[in-house]
Design a protein around this ligand. Structure first.
Ligand code: DQA
Length: 143
């Protein structure tokens, strides 16, 4: 089985992007870490990162046969209504991740339009959050 690891805008440059906020792990490190966590179940990771909402939506539409997903929407958390609708039609459980503690930051980051649809949300734990999301998926997905 596959899981979808979906990262939104500005997350491809992880490691070089405001490292004091987002840490020094690269996206490749994150993808590797998630793969390590789910390997025990024999799952593989389909890792996708796009800068634009439309491409992220295509990736979701193309992933209905995955068993679950981990989603960091980046700033699309704020007003990504089409991303939200795409996730509403995604048939499997998914976990939202934010590296930074969005509630310790600007007010415009305090609400996520996709969060009400997530099985759970992990915030503020840096790259470890993706590992924890992978563990969570192992728990909420049967089989
Ligand atoms: C982020 C938080 C968002 O508010 C921000 O726009 C990002 C990264 C995080 O992982 O902390 O791009 O999703």
């Amino acid at each position: 089985s596959d899981i979808l690891l979906l990262n939104g805008p500005n997350l491809g440059i992880l490691g070089k992007r405001e490292p004091e906020v987002y840490g020094t792990a690269t996206l490749a490190d994150v993808e590797q870490a998630v793969g390590d966590e789910v390997a025990e179940r024999g799952w593989k990771v389909v890792a996708v990162q796009h800068e634009s909402e439309g491409e992220l939506i295509h990736a979701i539409q193309d992933s209905y046969d995955t068993v679950g997903a981990i989603v960091n929407p980046g700033a699309l958390m704020i007003a990504g209504w089409s991303l939200r609708d795409a996730l509403a039609n995604y048939p499997r459980p998914w976990i939202e991740v934010h590296l930074s503690n969005v509630w310790a930051r600007e007010r415009f980051r305090h609400e996520s339009v996709i969060a009400p649809l997530a099985s759970g949300v992990i915030v503020g734990l840096g790259a470890l959050g993706y590992r924890l999301a992978a563990r969570a998926l192992l728990g909420v997905v049967d089989g």
